[in-house]
Design a protein around this ligand. Sequence first.
Ligand code: MTE
Ligand code: MO
Length: 245
Amino acid sequence: MRAIIKFSRRTFLVWFIEIFTVFLGIFGFRSPAKGADKDFYTGTPYIGKTRTNPFQKFYVNYWKPFLRVDGEKWTLRVHGLCKNPQTFTLIQLKTFPKKSQTSRLKCVECWSAKAEWAGFHFSELDHLAEPLPEAKGIVFHCADDYIEAALREDLLQPRSLLVYAMNDKPLSDGHGFPLRVIMPFKYGYKNPKAILEIEYVKEPPYGTWSKIGPYSADGTILPGYDHPLDMGGETRKIYGGEIRY
Ligand SMILES: Nc1nc2c(c(=O)[nH]1)N[C@H]1C(S)=C(S)[C@@H](COP(=O)(O)O)O[C@H]1N2
Ligand SMILES: [Mo]
């Protein structure tokens, strides 16, 4: 009974936020810049989600439609509290030692799905940027105006990756082309997609979701339940941290 009450309270909150955000969208507070010649990713309208993607086991969600990233023109800007602010092309990032791992992405809304991710370890970039001693946080600025942040310490964990490939293919626009974060011990919202900038800051600020919803700023996966879509969505008990099945 308790579980049912909790669930419906959460459902109510999620619904409330969705309706509120669509309302903001309608009144133009954050509509995407319009332009006939612009190529927008509109796979998900305002925080909507879809499963019409190549890996049907994942939901895809975005904060709002955004200007599709052109991989040849895209550069990752690394700046903020570091000695060597600089930009990297995708080709340059691909010269870092390649790391891949199979890990599960768990959304705080309960579903999860698993993929093989490939990219590089954050330490490669961090090393070149030379953060100042006070830079404990990293902010990710994404193409859809989504913002997430992490402790530098968490990004330096061995299972945290910056990835450009999923299941042996370049990331699709839906899953975060050209570059996203994978931190399997954190909920999905701490895994920002379509990253444009990485900024070193003193302390990680609240991200897009934590600012408006009941999502902790830290985002570590808590003990509770999971509904793995690749296992038929059956309810499974989880113990907190990275899900290992
Ligand atoms: N840029 C951006 N990254 C994002 C989001 C977003 O809205 N915008 N949503 C997050 C949330 S809530 C989840 S659950 C995962 C979903 O990842 P997927 O779309 O690859 O399944 O992406 C995360 N990264
Ligand atoms: Mo999510």
